[in-house]
Design a protein around this ligand. Structure first.
Ligand SMILES: C[S@@+](CC[C@H](N)C(=O)[O-])C[C@H]1O[C@@H](n2cnc3c(N)ncnc32)[C@H](O)[C@@H]1O
Length: 376
């Protein structure tokens, strides 16, 4: 059977959502993914991209509407690719994210988690981001989010995700077009608006979070830390030692009263550790020799290994756990796919104790996940 053509209009019936929040319609062996639809919905969609057995389409019209559908609060939602669940209520969004987590771990990676899974919702669905990045193009005079598919810039002056202070700055950038003064040296680029402890700043064309990573959702980060601290309280080995890999500014271990080595690739000058128990070492953990750079700094096997890598995950986790033999592991991740992948092999020597889905990014398909592991 021929593959579907771009711009072709197709009928669909959504059987389920995939782990990226897209509706999945299967007919005659062909799969069409339609974002912003819900299970049970039917209608017509326009093909935007196609492979032999799989196509992607954008929703045109619904002939059968799910009772879980709502009018999105955001005026940009229909066109914007930043959010994925605003066409349903928050309770349903959480249940769809839980399904995504179960699908990734249990169906795709064969790791049983349902009896260990804790779901932690966000108190607020909007106004949670303390940092936003907007792209600009002076030739067309636009500032906004960039669409992944065609690189077009969509203006988003009323985006609901930034916190109040960031929202006010963004609103001003649009209103008086003051973003153009940040764009004077480069025709195309990006601007980052950042609220750091109540003080907002605007940076142009710096790499994302160039002054060191920080979590974008402060209330959810506090909740994450509270659960990690419960774990610290249970650790009762002697001469406790914690290794915090991809530790950034030491966020995850800043309230821990045990000797902690924080490792990250951020230059020392940007690192601001908050605790006297933490020391910092700059190592590129994706370098194949990173483990041999680290081992001379470690006198004893860590009681707890913390791992919190970027979206791509940490493929060397097994190599590290085989060598360092930590008694416990906490792995925090913004990508459950790479987290589940990295646990393969590790689970031969470690028992999965707890699994968390933390909704750090309401409205979007993204969420934070965390697992607690104990050496068998
Ligand atoms: C998700 S952040 C976590 C930071 C920290 N644990 C926190 O909670 O704020 C990922 C961290 O990985 C660091 N990183 C990225 N690439 C790295 C590399 N090749 N080697 C070491 N660290 C890296 C980043 O600088 C960032 O601090």
């Amino acid at each position: 059977m021929n593959k579907k053509k771009r711009n072709e209009i197709v009928q669909f019936k959504v059987q389920s959502l995939d782990s990226l929040g897209q509706g999945v319609s299967k007919e005659e062996g062909k799969i069409v993914f339609i974002p912003k639809t819900l299970p049970g919905e039917e209608g017509i969609a326009e093909i935007t991209a196609s492979k032999k057995k799989v196509s992607f389409a954008s929703l045109q019209n619904l002939t059968k509407v799910s009772p879980d559908r709502i009018d999105p609060d955001c005026p940009h939602y229909q066109k914007c690719g930043g959010c994925h669940y605003l066409h349903t209520n928050y309770e349903n969004e959480i249940s769809l994210k839980k399904n995504a987590m179960l699908d990734i771990f249990e169906r795709q990676h064969r790791i049983e988690i349902s009896d260990k899974l804790t779901i932690l919702n966000s108190e607020s669905r909007f106004s949670y981001r303390n940092r936003v990045q907007l792209h600009y193009d002076t030739k067309i005079g636009k500032l906004g989010f960039k669409s992944q598919k065609d690189n077009e810039i969509l203006e988003v002056p009323n985006c609901l995700l930034p916190d109040q202070q960031v929202k006010e700055v963004v609103s001003k950038l649009y209103k008086d077009q003051s973003w153009k003064q940040y764009a004077s040296h480069k025709k195309q680029g990006h601007i980052e608006v950042y609220n750091k402890n109540g003080e907002t700043s605007v940076h142009a064309n710096e790499r994302y979070a160039f002054e060191g990573f920080s979590q974008v959702n402060k209330p959810m980060n506090d909740l994450l830390l509270a659960h990690i601290e419960e774990k610290f309280a249970q650790i009762n080995y002697q001469n406790k030692f914690i290794l915090d890999l991809f530790g950034g500014n030491g966020n995850l271990t800043e309230n821990c009263k045990f000797e902690t080595l924080v490792v990250d690739a951020t230059p020392d000058k940007f690192i601001k550790l908050k605790s006297e128990f933490q020391t910092y070492k700059r190592i590129n953990l994706f370098d194949e020799n990173s483990l041999s750079q680290l081992t001379p700094l470690i006198e004893k096997s860590p009681d707890l290994l913390m791992v919190d890598p970027p979206r791509s995950g940490f493929k060397d986790l097994l190599k590290y756990t085989d060598e360092l033999k930590p008694k416990e592991i906490i792995y925090v991740s913004c990508n459950p796919q790479s987290l589940a992948r990295d646990l393969r092999g590790v689970l031969e020597n470690y028992k999965l104790e707890r699994v968390f889905m933390l909704d750090f990014f309401p409205g979007t398909k993204h969420f934070e996940s965390m697992v607690f592991l104990k050496r068998i």
